[in-house]
Design a protein around this ligand. Structure first.
Ligand SMILES: Nc1ncnc2c1ncn2[C@@H]1O[C@H](COP(=O)(O)OP(=O)(O)OP(=O)(O)O)[C@@H](O)[C@H]1O
Length: 233
C-alpha cells in the first residue's frame, strides 16, 4: 500500500497507564490524512496521556501505535527526533523560550530537527511566520506578544517541518473567546491545506460551531462519533 493512503495515526488495542493507574483500556482508532478530529473527555480522563503516547512522550503497556509511518512500539529513543519532524505539537501553555526572540525560538527548533542551510532556514522562518499572520514578529521577545500571538508563534513552530498531523492539547484553553476562535480558524486553515489535526479541547462552543469527528474518552474507553454515523447509515 502506498504510504499516502495509510492512516496518519493508527491505534490498535492500546492500553495506557499513568504510574499504576489504568487510564485508557484497549482503545482502537485511526486518523486519516487531512482529517480534523476533536478529543474530548472530562478533566483527568486521559486526553493529555493519549496525546503524549502519540508523540512518543509516554510509553504504553499494551497494543500498537503507528504515527506517520513509525511503529512506536519498535521506535528506538534515538529515532524519536525523526518522528517528531513529521508531527507538530501544540500545548496550552505556549512553551516558548523566553530568553530569546521569536526568530531564535524557531531557529532553535530548526537546528534541533536537522536544518543546516542558513538561507533555507531564514526562508522557512519567514514562510511560517507569514502563515500565522505574524511576519513582522521575528525580533520580538515572547513577552512582547499577546497570548494569542504567542500561540500563533507556537503554531508556526509546529509547522516548520510541514507535519502530517498537528497534536494540540487545549490550544485555546488560556485565551479569551474571541482570540480562541481566531486561533481555531488558523487550525482550520492549516487543516484545509492538508495537515491532519487532533485537538484535545473543552471548548464546546467551538465544537458546536465547527462540527468535526469527535473522539470521547469516557471511563477509560474511547467513543468515536464516526461509529455513530456508520451505525445510522
Ligand atoms: N505524570 C503523571 N503521573 C501520574 N499520574 C498522572 C500523570 N499525569 C497524569 N496523571 C493521571 O492520569 C490521569 C489522566 O490525566 P490526563 O492529564 O491525561 O487527563 P486529561 O483528560 O488530559 O485532563 P485535563 O482535561 O485536566 O487536561 C489522571 O488521573 C491524572 O491524575
Amino acid at each position: 500500500m502506498a504510504f499516502s493512503s495509510e492512516p496518519v495515526v493508527s491505534v490498535k488495542d492500546l492500553s495506557i497507564y499513568q504510574e499504576d493507574k489504568l487510564v485508557l483500556d484497549n482503545i482502537t482508532f485511526d486518523i486519516n490524512k487531512g482529517e480534523f478530529v476533536y478529543l474530548i473527555g472530562r478533566t483527568g480522563s486521559g486526553k493529555s496521556s493519549l496525546l503524549k503516547s502519540l508523540y512518543a512522550d509516554l510509553p504504553f503497556e499494551k497494543g500498537k501505535i503507528y504515527v506517520a509511518g513509525y511503529d512506536l512500539s519498535k521506535t528506538k529513543r534515538s529515532k524519536i527526533p525523526y518522528l517528531r519532524r513529521k508531527i507538530g505539537i501544540i500545548f496550552q501553555d505556549f512553551q516558548l523560550l523566553h530568553d530569546r526572540n521569536i526568530s531564535d525560538n524557531l531557529l532553535f527548533v530548526m537546528k534541533a530537527t536537522g536544518w543546516k542551510d542558513n538561507a533555507a532556514m531564514k526562508a522557512r522562518l519567514s514562510e511560517v511566520l507569514m502563515r500565522v499572520g505574524l511576519g513582522a514578529a521575528s525580533f520580538k521577545l515572547p513577552h512582547q506578544l499577546s497570548g494569542g500571538e504567542q500561540q500563533r508563534i507556537v503554531i508556526a513552530r509546529a509547522l516548520i517541518n510541514e507535519p502530517l498531523i498537528l497534536f494540540a492539547d487545549e490550544p485555546t484553553g488560556n485565551l479569551d473567546p474571541e482570540v480562541a476562535e481566531e486561533i481555531f480558524n488558523l487550525f482550520k486553515e492549516i487543516n484545509n491545506s492538508g495537515t491532519a489535526v487532533l485537538m484535545a479541547t473543552h471548548n464546546y462552543e467551538l465544537i458546536n460551531k465547527f462540527p468535526n469527528r469527535i473522539l470521547k474518552i469516557k471511563d477509560r474507553v474511547l467513543l468515536d462519533s464516526k461509529d455513530d454515523l456508520e451505525s445510522k447509515s
